[in-house]
Structure formats: C-alpha cells, structure tokens
Design a protein around this ligand. Structure first.
Ligand code: SME
Length: 137
C-alpha cells in the first residue's frame, strides 16, 4: 500500500512532538491490534526502545484496554498487579483506546517518570489526538 510508509512516519512524528512538548510524557507510543491474533503489536513510538513489542490481550495496562475499550489512567504503577514494566523509572501511565469506525483498533500509551501527572485534560487531549489519527489510518 502506497500510503503505509507516510502514515508510519506521521505517527512517529506525533509521538516525538508529544514527548518533546509535554514534559511529563516520558515515553509515547502506539500499539495496534495484530491482525486476527489476540495481541497488540508496537507501532511508532518516541522514547527508549521497549522489549514489549507484542502484548497479549488482557495483559498489562495496554492489554486490558484492548478488551475494555476504555481509558486507563494509572497514577501509580506500583499499585497495579496486572502491569508490564518497561522501565524502572516509570511512575505512571495512561492508555487511551483508538477507534476507527467505532472499532477499537489500538491505543496510544504514555509513560511518565512523574508520579500521578495525568488529568482529565490529558484524557480529552489524547482522545482528540486519536480521533485525528484515525482519520489518516
Ligand atoms: N506498561 C505497559 C506496557 C507497555 S510499556 O509501558 C511501553 C503495560 O502495562 O501494558
């Protein structure tokens, strides 16, 4: 598909922009549902590379959002038992599902080294970002 490469680049730029502009966004990435497999696959991201390029549905914060279709705000990752650590520095996380034609096709995932930084403003903002992203997918 001719448009695939540019979309990947644009998503990568969105990640880089969000990480650069919002000081408490330490790691920003997109995960997408991986075909018919019951798993998420890492897409474009900004920040340190993660070992968790594949996440089964239900596992970790990301895997839970893949099945709940709901935002998941984690003020303190240490308080979560179904959590997959990507870096020992991460204190908090927010995952917002990405809907295309009403279907949950993936998510934006943000890690923060700042404790409890995410507000409803982040949720509304990231929902807006995902709506714009869905338009170019
Ligand atoms: N912490 C996530 C895994 C992805 S990394 O944050 C990049 C989780 O628990 O699903």
């Amino acid at each position: 598909q001719a448009q695939e490469a540019p979309v990947e680049l644009r998503l990568k730029e969105i990640c880089e922009l969000l990480k650069a502009e919002i000081p408490y966004y330490t790691w920003v990435g997109f995960y997408f549902k991986n075909g018919d497999r019951n798993e998420l696959k890492l897409g474009p991201f900004a920040g340190e590379p993660t070992d968790h390029t594949i996440i089964p549905f239900g596992k970790g914060i990301c895997g839970q959002v893949a099945v709940s279709n709901k935002n998941f705000v984690v003020p303190d990752v240490k308080a979560q038992d179904n959590y997959i650590a990507c870096s020992i520095h991460v204190k908090a996380e927010i995952v917002v599902p990405l809907f295309k034609n009403g279907e949950n096709i993936g998510q934006i995932d943000i890690d923060s080294d700042t404790p409890d930084p995410f507000t409803e403003e982040d949720e509304r903002f990231l929902e807006f970002v995902n709506e714009r992203v869905a338009e170019i997918l």
